[in-house]
Ligand binder design. Structure first.
Ligand code: NAD
Ligand code: ZN
Ligand code: ZN
Length: 361
């Protein structure tokens, strides 16, 4: 039996999203049908709508979600109907060369549902990041469902599904931020602020938040920034060096995704320090750096996909830390909205008014 549910669809490049009735099949082998309770609005959804990811329109948007498993297909044993889960876009295969080398967070063959969700006329939908959760129900691979403590609020839990995990993981997993480190974070939206929260959790001694919007710097302080730099008014490289004894930070996290902010990150880091690029650039962007500086300054230049997370390891742990009061996730939820308000939320995001708008169903 297929299910007809309401969902947010991007039909064509650059056009406003629309609320549509879609058809969601019953789960087949290895799949799970999830009743969505909450789904955050991520910048990547907007990238999809603008054709910045690929041209596989129509997209079923939404990918930062939590909900309850409604039914599972044949052979599914890890989750069962009634389980409270956070959806992930890294259901690792266990068999590719990365998985076999014991580095499943780099898995090159992650699982999504095999069956397609469609519009009423049968047009196949492309779910954002293989999830598509601005919908009353969605179909995913069972491995995309990560069970977490059900006492957490769904609006908060869903955030781990993408941006907040990407930020925390950029600091903790990719950047290896540790006790006593100095960290600078360039771009303090949902992802950058999560990198700040992650750095605090990891014991960083100095956390410098850099943004061009003073409102963002205020929230960054709340989440753990010890110092703030408004890079519209002050040269951020100079400022970070000044705040770190003239040297630069041990780890600099770029959470904007632009060449100029990447350069700032590159030069705001101490010799032998680490740069982590978690912001997503667009295809036309180019970076020019003196190769001698790349060589001479040593250290590591890394990028972070989804915070190099392993959902089964990281989601339950972070939810537990949150429930113990050790990780503020509530601050990320600026507002909760209805399914038909996603377009408005894009606008607010564009104007920098929110960390996260979260659709609650
Ligand atoms: N790597 C991943 O797995 C992953 C996952 C999710 C999102 N992302 C990417 O991370 C980036 C940030 O996402 P977000 O949801 O936090 O977006 P956002 O729009 O909420 O935040 C961006 C922030 O950068 C600031 N900013 C813009 N230009 C700046 C500049 N020149 N200098 C300093 N700050 C500047 C803005 O004021 C804002 O606070 C996006 O590129 C997004 O696509 C990456
Ligand atoms: Zn794999
Ligand atoms: Zn996202």
């Amino acid at each position: 039996m297929a299910h007809q549910v309401r969902a947010v669809v991007a039909r064509e490049k650059g056009s406003p999203v629309s609320l549509e009735t879609i058809v969601v099949p019953d789960p087949g082998p290895g799949e799970a049908l999830v009743r969505i309770q909450a789904c955050g609005v991520c910048h990547t959804d907007l990238h999809y709508r603008e054709g910045g990811i690929n041209d596989d329109f129509p997209f079923l948007l939404g990918h930062e979600a939590a909900g309850v498993v409604e039914s599972v297909g044949e052979g599914v044993t890890d989750v069962a109907p009634g389980d409270f889960v956070v959806l992930n876009w890294r259901a690792v295969c266990g068999q590719c060369r990365a998985c076999l080398r014991g580095r499943p967070w780099y898995c090159f063959n992650t699982h999504n549902a095999k069956q397609k969700m469609t519009l009423l006329d049968g047009t196949e939908l492309s779910p954002a990041l293989g999830i598509g959760a601005f919908a009353e129900k969605t179909l995913v691979a069972a491995g995309q469902c990560t069970k977490v403590d059900p006492s957490v609020s769904p609006a908060v839990a869903g955030l781990l599904g993408c941006g907040v995990m990407a930020g925390i993981g950029a600091a903790i997993n990719t950047g290896n931020v540790g006790r006593g480190d100095s960290v600078a974070v360039i771009g303090c939206g949902g992802v950058g602020d999560a990198a700040i929260a992650g750095s605090r959790l990891a014991g960083a001694a100095k956390i410098i938040a850099v943004d061009i919007d003073p409102r963002k710097l205020e929230t960054a302080k709340k989440l753990g920034a010890t110092h703030t730099v408004n890079s519209k008014e002050t040269d951020p490289v100079e400022a970070v060096r000044e705040l770190t004894g003239g040297f630069g930070a041990d780890v600099v996290i770029e959470a904007v995704g632009r060449p100029e902010t990447y350069k700032q990150a590159f030069y705001a880091r101490d010799l032998a320090g680490t740069v982590v690029l978690v912001g997503v650039p667009t295809p036309e962007m180019k970076l020019e750096l003196p190769l001698l500086d790349v060589f001479g300054r040593g250290g590591a230049l890394k990028s972070s996909w989804y915070g190099d997370c392993l959902p089964s390891r990281d989601f339950p742990m972070l939810i537990d830390l949150h429930l113990q009061g050790r990780l503020d996730l509530d601050t990320f939820v600026t507002e909760t909205i209805a399914l038909d308000e996603v377009e408005k939320a894009f606008e607010r995001m564009h104007h920098g008014d929110v960390l996260r708008s979260v659709v609650v169903l």
